[in-house]
Design a protein around this ligand. Sequence first.
Ligand code: PHE
Length: 447
Amino acid sequence: MKANKSSQRDKWSSGFGFIMAAAGSAVGLGNLWKFPYMAGTNGGAVFLAAYIFFAAVLGVPILLTELAVGRNGGQNAVDSCRSIAPKWGFAGYFGIAGAFTVLSYYCVVGGWVMKYLASCISDNIPTAEYFAGYTTLTSEPMIWQLLFILVNSVIVLFGISGGIEKVSSVLLPLLIVFLMGIMIYVLGLPGASEGVSFFLLPGRSDLGFGDIIRICVRALGQVFFSLSLGMGTLITYGSYLDKKDDLQKSTVTIVAVDTLIAIICGLTVMPAVFSFGMEPDAGPGLIFSTLPAVFGRMSSGWLISSVFFLLVLFAAVTSAISLFEVIAAFMTEHKGMKRIWAVFIPALCVFALSIPAALSCGESGRCMVMGMAFFDFLVFLSDQIIMPLGGFFLCILAGYKWSREAAEAEISGNGQHRFPAAPIYFGIIRYAAPLLIVIVTVASFIS
Ligand code: PHE
């Protein structure tokens, strides 16, 4: 059953609002936590170069494709894919499945962030050891992750222009301003330059072929995650765009903002870690155990740490709401549900899935799947399977099932905006991107 046809749909109220929401979806835990750590442990500048290369060569065309497919369909991810080829709704289902998968662990981390924020504000900065103990607790983390889910659900309930756009238009600019402030403060600390070198200079000059491949595999995975690709997010956000909007300009802006913020995060986190002589490769614990220890030793550490965790929370919220919207749009339009149920029923399912995810954290040894903690299993499922497959099928759909004229007309807004890169774009979408995704996915399984 199809309800709410395009004519009654909500829309972004301004181009700026849309950019803030889409860039807000992209800028998330992937930038603040994963990127600095990944760069630091994967050859620094080499990782950064590979990241920028993949973001430009694959990120830009795939993101543009998602927006074009969404705006063309004017519906949720599944029906927008169907409007191009009736049998290709499954490409959109990757987004729905992916949204549930990512949200189920994202909200666990969102809960940790809220807890840390509350502790820092009350001048009780957690110690480095606190994280392992906290994540092994049973009930308290559940309460925080439920709170995180509720905050996001309420924002999504208010809709596109009244909820998601309003919140993102405030939070993302605030995040950028405060993050730059913290970066400037941190770069002035003694020994900060060592962190900058670790982040930006190749750790070893003797990187072999195998190392380069490994770095490329990780950089491409990071591009997909950080730009929210292959998950139906940008198809859904694109479906609320006006035909007048310039998709090419929006795409380049979103990719540029996300990449810039990732670099700023690297220039904030690594110098802070080095300045206090801590280890930069703590993985998931980096912002929850290493950084609080760093903040704890700073004068007015509570203030810096509170601002930092507030920023992490902003970033996590603007990303999580984009995932909730993928599901809500599908449930209202495809299943004919009222928005309130389309938001809260999935939220309840996400909470249910997040319980074993949270329980599996720490040293608990609880809730294992295929020899992995359930949390890691969800990460594996989304990063290694759903996102690359979602991206792959999207390229095939747009490259082979959509006529070139129709795709070009959508991207150029029926000729309103020149599309000089069209031949390169179609070359990438048809050949280079699917091939690279396959190679990288196979390589990641082998390694
Ligand atoms: N891009 C977000 C981040 O960097 C995560 C995300 C992935 C959000 C997929 C939506 C869809 O944290």
